[in-house]
Design a protein around this ligand. Structure first.
Ligand SMILES: Nc1nc(=O)c2c([nH]1)NC[C@@H]1CN(c3ccc(C(=O)N[C@@H](CCC(=O)O)C(=O)O)cc3)C=[N+]21
Length: 296
């Protein structure tokens, strides 16, 4: 193995410490702290674990955490009514609706009902449009976390060849916008891309977000490239359940110059950026200076 390991877990801890610092100052100066509402519909065990950990870290940073757990058979009307209440609640500065929603619910309708100023996931069409036009937006947490790690590792990204593998609205597309904003030459590749490994081997920065366990092997990677592994896949291995990324870590690490591990890479950064976005939303709502280094 030759690649440097980009320690997302440690970096995320420093971001959370900065968030906590800023929150403490806001409490002093404003007499109130940012609040984050998380909405979970249904009983998916992975989602429950994840929502619990978000709530815990929200409180550890000194912010208010509001958890709304709704039954799997919640109606669209009831969910929309909850969103309307959270939009109107002055204690709530950020709203996150855990995705995916059960199939009978229309997630586009739900997300676009969130006040864009409280849309800490950055999924509302207004925020997507603001990001795409280079205006001040709420930026999706996972791509923001990846960008922070890349800037931290490289300093400037200007002129670098970046390939984003995956075209989802929550990772691939916003990741491409952020890399473009930092003056990378950006290619979005996906399952129908011809000669995929040939395309990804041109990348100085390769972001893998396809949701297919260990699909990206060393032969997809240009020697010395930086590999950001967004995948979080639970697989059975030797009778045990474990997490693997979209990259085959061993073979990629032999070729790459730097790589993020799974777990301990992008995942913890996603949660740290959610907390950072909540502080940003609070500051914008109160017309205060935004925290340095916690936004795109
Ligand atoms: N509206 C919405 N926004 C999201 O941001 C969102 C979502 N829905 N739905 C589910 C996915 C998944 N997601 C993760 C974030 C962090 C870890 C994380 O911290 N993972 C740890 C490992 C945790 C473990 O050991 O299970 C790690 O990678 O080191 C995992 C998964 C955010 N999501």
């Amino acid at each position: 193995m030759s690649a440097a390991i980009i320690d997302g877990k440690a970096f995320a801890a420093t971001i959370r410490a900065r968030v906590a610092d800023h929150v403490a100052r806001l409490r002093d100066e404003q007499g109130t702290a940012p609040g984050l509402a998380v909405v979970l519909v249904g009983e998916d065990p992975a989602s429950q674990v994840y929502v619990r950990s978000k709530g815990k870290m929200t409180k550890e940073c000194g912010m208010q955490s509001f958890e709304h757990r709704l039954p799997a058979d919640t109606t669209q009307v009831d969910l929309m009514a909850l969103i309307a209440r959270l939009n109107a609640d002055a204690q709530v500065h950020g709203i996150l609706v855990q995705l995916p929603l059960p199939a009978h619910l229309d997630s586009d309708l739900v997300i676009n009902a969130i006040d864009p100023a409280k849309d800490v996931d950055g999924f509302h069409v207004s925020n997507v449009g603001l990001l795409g036009t280079g205006q001040k937006a709420m930026v999706p947490c996972t791509p923001l976390g990846c960008l922070m790690m890349l800037r931290d590792h490289h300093g400037s990204l200007s002129g670098m060849d970046a390939v984003v593998l995956g075209r989802s609205n929550i990772v691939g597309k916003p990741m491409a916008q952020l890399l473009l904003g930092d003056s990378c030459t950006v290619t979005i590749a996906h399952s129908r891309t011809r000669d995929l490994a040939e395309v990804t081997r041109r990348a100085d920065i390769l972001v893998a977000a396809v949701g297919r366990p260990e699909m990206v092997t060393g032969d997809y990677v240009k020697p010395g490239a930086t590999v950001i592994d967004v995948g979080i896949n639970r697989v059975e291995r030797d009778g045990a359940s474990r997490l693997v990324g979209d990259c085959d870590f061993a073979s990629c690490a032999e070729v790459a110059g730097a790589i993020t591990p799974v777990p301990g890479g992008v995942g913890p950064m996603t949660i740290a950026c959610l907390l950072a976005n909540t502080v940003t939303a609070f500051c914008r709502a109160h017309d205060l200076k935004e925290p340095d280094g916690l936004t795109a």
